[in-house]
Write a protein that binds this ligand. Structure first.
Ligand SMILES: [Zn+2]
Length: 130
């Protein structure tokens, strides 16, 4: 299975007991949006905000930044490794998304419809003209 996201994209993950769990986990989960900051070992490194605690977060020192191919502005931050199996939905793509109705491309678009799709303003408000 290929990777569907790139650094800069934001993804929705499920959290249970301070860990990010598989998308199929159903009970007692909280959903949260995280930003992907690098691709690593067929998965992603996501940024963990400093006020947020997850078991298994990785502290970025100047030594392991290079190993994870992460920009040095993230020194002293925490990251977390996830795979496609942890991505519930794509929240936004840095390079943009296509409207699911008219196929128009919108840079820096966010999913606004059924969690993973973009429905553009025009299609939402004037469905008779599409
Ligand atoms: Zn549209």
């Amino acid at each position: 299975m290929g990777l569907h996201c790139s650094p800069g994209d934001k993804v929705v993950c499920k959290i249970k007991d301070n860990k990010i769990v598989n998308v199929y986990e159903e009970t007692g989960c909280e959903k949260k949006v995280f930003e992907i900051i690098s691709i690593h070992n067929n998965g992603y490194m996501i940024y963990i905000p400093s006020n947020y605690f997850l078991d298994g977060s990785i502290y970025l020192s100047s030594d392991n930044l290079r190993k994870y191919k992460i920009d040095k502005r993230f020194t002293d931050s925490y990251v977390y490794f996830i795979t496609e199996h942890n991505v519930v939905a794509i929240h936004s793509k840095l390079d943009g998304m296509r409207c699911c109705e008219c196929d128009e491309f919108y840079p820096m678009a966010c999913a606004n419809f059924e969690e993973t799709k973009l429905l553009c303003w025009r299609c939402r408000h004037y469905p008779m003209y599409r």
